[in-house]
Design a binder for this molecule. Structure first.
Ligand SMILES: [Zn+2]
Length: 207
């Protein structure tokens, strides 16, 4: 299997898992990956059933937002993915999901602090929240990158989550960790105010 085929299979796998794990409703969300060897980028099509999706349904694009190959329309968030690939050369995988617990905090404008070790080790700090705005444009993407700073994930208020990774697998794992963290944080808030972790605090605990 070529690296290109492997990346296409990985996109399909992540898109299906994202749907199965209820990290998106129905056909929402989008997934893309850049092949490190060739630089080729593939993205999921717009409004297409994840359970029926095959590598042939993916759309090949370039980092400037041109469709290179494919018969379907690319995801409407394509301009956002392209800006991330252009501005963050180490990123090779992007997952946009719309997970319910993340969205509950996002619609209140509340970031998700590193309340679990998985969040501290993967995000490094709080997951920031981008103020509500219409997505799908390059302007949105640049505002989003400013909100993200060095964070690998960002909440889109009243909409969802975008996670990036050096690999697509990493971006997807991060998506799962952020939603699990948001869920656990939500549960903890029923009983009290959990303290955020920090490297310094964790260091003190293990010593
Ligand atoms: Zn969305």
């Amino acid at each position: 299997m070529s690296s290109m085929q492997a990346i296409q299979e990985e996109i399909i796998y992540v898109a299906r898992r994202m749907s199965e794990l209820r990290l998106v409703a129905n056909m929402s969300g989008n997934v893309s990956a850049r092949d490190e060897e060739t630089g080729r980028i593939f993205i999921t099509p717009s409004a297409f059933r994840y359970d029926l999706m095959t590598p042939d349904d993916l759309v090949e694009i370039d980092a400037l937002g041109h469709v290179v190959a494919g018969t379907r329309a690319p995801s409407s968030e394509m301009p956002v993915h392209c800006v991330v690939y252009r501005e963050r050369p180490y990123v090779n995988g992007i997952v946009h999901s719309e997970p319910p617990y993340v969205n509950a905090f996002g619609m209140l404008g509340r970031e998700i602090p590193p309340v679990l070790t998985s969040l501290l080790t993967t995000v490094g700090g709080a997951v920031p929240v981008m103020p509500v705005a219409a997505s799908g444009s390059e302007a949105f993407a640049y505002d989003m990158l400013r909100t993200m700073g060095g964070a690998p994930a960002v909440i889109w208020a009243h909409h969802g989550l975008l996670a990036v990774g050096q690999t697509l697998a990493g971006a997807f794992e991060l998506t799962c960790f952020v939603e699990e963290g948001a869920k656990a944080y939500h549960l903890a808030l029923q009983y009290g105010q959990p303290e955020a972790l920090s490297q310094e605090r964790l260091g003190r605990l293990v010593r």
